[in-house]
Design a protein around this ligand. Structure first.
Ligand code: NAD
Length: 233
């Protein structure tokens, strides 16, 4: 796929999934605005893309602030003349049980992960509507579909991202704008590695490894115990 003459804004572009998306878009011809709250990181990514021959700019943004989302899109338009693509990857993860989640944590995750998606999507879409073309991709998560332990705030925010994406998709389709969400499971990038490292270590004893022989033995044991439980006829 080629993105020659396309302009993309990638939020959260300083690291992880956003950085890889920015690289892939640039490698396929797009001009890329790398937007992140971590300006230094965004500048490093943009410099590396430019070094490889792409047109790239770094933009500082806190996606939880609507005026900053507007300013981000305005800066990208100033730099490249238009915005065709928004990949909204900025986000923060937290693993905290429902009972332990504080009001501050709840609000912070919803502000960044859910409201940030709304503010950036709205800022980009207002411009795309005028041009009659746009591609928006929001990063959701499997946690937004299935919940799971420790996902009170994060899972709720990502569930909201999925619902919001569906609303955006049907409302913006008449303007030539497609809106999709990606819901990855845990992958390597930084924030989740930090979360996973904080989890209590699981036993790695050989008994937990399931070889074909062990599985056969377990099946045999289950069959004989269910025979034993069956009432005598
Ligand atoms: N990596 C995974 O396993 C995984 C799984 C499911 C969903 N996701 C989602 O994918 C997206 C990217 O995740 P990642 O693993 O690449 O994370 P990451 O931490 O590597 O990157 C997130 C980026 O967002 C930026 N950011 C954080 N708060 C911001 C704010 N307020 N304004 C602007 N930028 C901000 C960070 O500086 C960082 O560069 C997130 O939305 C995350 O929830 C990730």
């Amino acid at each position: 796929m080629t993105y020659v003459n396309r302009v993309a804004v990638v939020t959260g572009g300083a690291s992880g999934i956003g950085r890889e998306v920015a690289r892939a878009l640039a490698a396929n011809g797009a001009a890329v605005a790398v937007a992140d709250i971590n300006l230094e990181g965004a500048e490093e990514v943009a410099a590396a893309l430019a070094n490889d021959g792409a047109r790239a700019e770094a933009i500082a943004v806190d996606v939880s602030q609507p005026e900053q989302a507007d300013a981000m899109i305005a800066s990208a338009i100033e730099a490249f003349g238009k915005v065709d693509i928004l990949v909204h990857s900025a986000g923060v993860g937290v693993e905290r049980s429902f009972l332990d989640t504080t009001p501050e944590e709840w609000q912070r995750i919803l502000d960044i992960d859910l409201s940030g998606t709304f503010f950036c999507g709205q800022a980009a879409a207002r411009h795309m509507v005028e041009r009659g073309y746009g591609r928006i991709v929001n990063l959701a998560s499997t946690a937004g579909v299935r919940g799971g332990t420790g996902r009170a705030a994060y899972g709720t925010a990502k569930g909201g991202v999925i619902a919001l994406t569906k609303v955006m998709a049907v409302e913006l389709a008449p303007y030539g704008i497609t809106v999709n969400a990606l819901a990855p499971g845990p992958s390597k990038p930084s924030s989740w590695r930090r979360c996973i490292r904080r989890r209590p270590a699981r036993s790695t004893a050989p008994a937990s490894r399931s070889t074909a022989t062990e599985r056969r033995r377990r099946r045999r044991r289950r069959r004989s115990s269910s025979r034993a439980r069956r009432p005598a006829t």
